[in-house]
Design a protein around this ligand. Structure first.
Ligand SMILES: Nc1nc2c(c(=O)[nH]1)N[C@H]1C(S)=C(S)[C@@H](COP(=O)(O)O)O[C@H]1N2
Ligand SMILES: [Mo]
Length: 317
C-alpha cells in the first residue's frame, strides 16, 4: 500500500468539516504506526491547521526581505494562554479545538452578526502578505501571512458614526488552556486588544487565516488573528472570537498589566523606549544577536505615518 505522508496531502479547496471527516475515513484504515505524530496528536486541530489555501493573491504590501522558516515562526511564539515560554505554545496548543468557530462582530454597527470560519474564508480574496513582525521584546521575523484587510470584514457590518475604536477579544477556556490564569501568566484573560477605527480600516491591518500557504497552526493564533505590522507584536491578537465597534478607547491586555510600558498605540518606534530596554535594534530570528536596526513604524511609515499626524508619539506611545 502506498501511503502519503500527511504533509503531502493537498486539498482542492478549504472546507474544514468535510476535510476532517474525509481524513478520518482515510486515516481509519491506516495502522497508527504509519501516521506522523503531528496527525495523531490532534485530529480536531488538524482539521483546521495545515490545510492548503489555494489561489492566494499576491499583495503589493509584501516585503522582499528573506522570509523566516516555518519552523522558526511556529516554535518561537508568544501565546500566553498556552504558556509563557517561547517553546510552550507549539507543544500545548496542539490539541486546541478550532472547529467549529465563530467570530461575533457587534457593537456600534448597523448589522451585527456572527461569522463562521467558512464565511470568513469566502468574504474576500485571500492574499499572501509577507510582513515584518516586530515584538516589543526586540526580536523580529518575516512571515508570509494569508488573509485580507480587516476593513473587508468591518464593512460587512456597517459601523455607525458612533464607532471610533475596534475592540478585539481572544478565545479563553481554562479546560483547553489550563495555563491561562493571571497568577500563572501575569496577564488578565481573555486577551483583549484594540485599534482606533481608522487604524483598523487601514489596508495594512490584516485579518489573517493562514501562513506559508496553509491555514494557521494553533500556536500562531488559529483559526483567525490580527496582524498589525507597524505595531509591536502584542497588538496582533490571536484566535479572535469577538470584534466590537465601540465609542471610546478599549482596554488592552498589556496596558492593563503595565500601563507605563505598553501604551494603547504601541507603534514600533526606535526613538521611544517606554519599556526598560532599548528599542533601537532587533534580533531577526534565528539569530542570537541584535543584527537589525529597528525602523519607525517597523518600516511601514510611508503607508501609516499620516494616521498619526499631529500626535505626540512620545506621549501616545
Ligand atoms: N491571545 C493572544 N494573542 C497574542 C499574544 C498572546 O499571548 N495571546 N501574544 C502577542 C505577542 S506578544 C506577539 S509577539 C505575537 C506573536 O505572534 P506569533 O507567535 O505568531 O509570532 O502574538 C500576539 N498575540
Ligand atoms: Mo510580542
Amino acid at each position: 500500500m502506498l501511503i502519503k505522508k500527511p504533509e503531502d496531502i493537498r486539498y482542492s479547496e478549504v472546507t474544514p468539516k468535510s476535510i476532517y471527516w474525509n481524513r478520518r475515513k482515510f486515516l481509519a484504515g491506516i495502522p497508527a504506526a504509519f501516521l506522523a505524530g503531528r496527525e495523531l496528536l490532534s485530529p480536531s486541530a488538524r482539521a483546521w491547521a495545515g490545510t492548503k489555501l489555494n489561489n492566494l493573491v499576491k499583495s503589493p504590501f509584501s516585503t522582499t526581505e528573506t522570509q523566516n522558516t516555518y519552523n522558526d515562526v511556529t516554535h518561537y511564539n508568544n501565546f500566553y494562554e498556552f504558556g509563557t515560554q517561547k517553546d510552550q505554545p507549539a507543544k500545548y496548543a496542539q490539541n486546541f479545538k478550532t472547529d467549529p468557530w465563530t467570530v461575533s462582530v457587534e457593537g456600534e454597527v448597523a448589522k451585527p452578526r456572527k461569522f463562521s470560519m467558512d464565511e470568513i474564508l469566502k468574504l474576500a480574496p485571500i492574499e499572501e502578505r509577507i510582513y515584518r513582525h516586530r515584538c516589543v521584546e526586540a526580536w523580529s521575523i518575516v512571515v508570509p501571512w494569508a488573509g485580507y484587510s480587516l476593513s473587508a470584514l468591518l464593512k460587512q457590518v456597517e459601523p455607525t458614526s458612533k464607532a471610533k475604536y475596534v475592540a478585539f477579544e481572544s478565545y479563553w477556556d481554562l479546560k483547553q488552556m489550563p495555563m491561562a490564569r493571571p497568577e500563572q501568566a501575569g496577564i488578565k484573560f481573555p486577551y483583549v486588544e484594540g485599534l482606533r477605527l481608522d487604524e483598523a480600516m487601514h489596508p495594512l491591518a490584516l485579518l489573517s487565516v493562514g501562513m506559508y500557504g496553509e491555514t494557521l497552526p494553533p500556536q500562531d493564533g488559529a483559526p483567525v488573528r490580527m496582524v498589525v505590522p507597524w505595531k509591536y507584536g502584542f497588538k496582533s491578537i490571536k484566535s479572535i472570537v469577538k470584534i466590537k465597534l465601540v465609542a471610546s478607547e478599549p482596554s488592552t491586555t498589556w496596558k492593563m498589566s503595565v500601563p507605563e510600558w505598553y501604551g494603547f498605540y504601541s507603534n514600533v518606534n526606535p526613538n521611544v523606549n517606554p519599556v526598560r530596554w532599548n528599542q533601537k535594534m532587533e534580533r531577526r530570528l534565528p539569530s542570537f544577536f541584535q543584527n537589525h536596526p529597528t525602523q519607525i513604524f517597523n518600516g511601514y511609515g510611508d503607508q501609516v505615518a499620516s494616521l498619526y499626524a499631529g500626535m505626540d508619539l512620545k506621549k501616545l506611545y
